[in-house]
Design a protein around this ligand. Sequence first.
Ligand code: HMG
Ligand code: MG
Length: 307
Amino acid sequence: MESVTLYEVGPRDGLQNEPETVTTETKLALIGRLRASGLRRIEVTSFVSPKWIPQLADADALCSALPDDEEARFSALVPNEAGYERFRAARLPVAAFFVSASETHNRKNVNRGIAEHLERFQPVAQRAQAEGIRLRAYVSTVCGCPYEGGVPVGAVIALVERLLTLGADEISLGDTIGVGHPRQVRELIAAVAAVAPLEQIALHLHDTWGRALANVQAGFEAGIRTFDASLGGLGGCPYAPGASGNVATEDLVDLFDRAGIATGVDLDALVDASAWLETDVLARPLPGRVYRARLGERRRTRERKAS
Ligand code: HMG
Ligand code: MG
């Protein structure tokens, strides 16, 4: 049976953008629920500046309380050397670096131009390689920038090549503000395929324009097999105005289930986790469509049984 890998970013990309800071205990409960659904690759937090992202300021405490879990591959964002020191103390196996394909977004996001950000990260990448740490790297704004508009494919390709040279094991192409469309995704993947093996490429799609799922389908048809997603469609980037959440994990599980493509993830367990997050934690509705549809289906079944 054909299969895809889902990479869950809800605890990081989702919670970094919540107005309220969620407690460490609740984050651990969320990660536990995600694991129980069958997800193995989970981005649990960020070792960024707590001044910039106060919602994830508890990254060190969170990681020290994570359960030993041989089957899981937990990861965290690491922007620089200070972040890498904290990451190493947390003993996670995967560091996730990030850089934008557009200069202005990169400056807004990490306070540095692209060239300087990469230069500073180079010794960190070397250390990661020497220390047996897997390196994931995001290229953000691949389909458009909130400040500059269109982003040339050539800028993305140049970064993919540079990140491979830095030793990235996996590169996740981020449509940070969810403006991409299937034709653009197909063209982008075709260009990336000329410089990188597609087994090393993931897609990280936000759903601002409602096209993330169509873009996943286009990406799958173009040969991508790893997709980032967040529970219930939670999330966004605080330094990308107007960016809404990632494609919902439930939507991907449902799409691939129906196509007979294995994800290893249980849809009902995800729906239960989203319902818990929505009702007991955030007290606001989550946008995920399959999640909402499944809740409606459950309610109608209950009503039918009761009548
Ligand atoms: P900076 O202020 O330029 O840092 O921030 P600095 O190097 O000048 O240092 C200033 C102070 O911050 C120093 O402390 C450092 O020690 C401290 P002081 O001496 O003043 O007491 N510091 C740190 N503390 C903790 N952890 C660190 C760290 N680094 C420096 N890692 C920095 C530069 C990169 C840190 C900052 O801009 C930052 O944290 N940015 C992160 C922004 C962010 O997390 N954005 C969202 C994630 S990216 C995203 O969502 C996109 C993605 O989902 C893909 C997509 O959708 O496309 C991945
Ligand atoms: Mg993102």
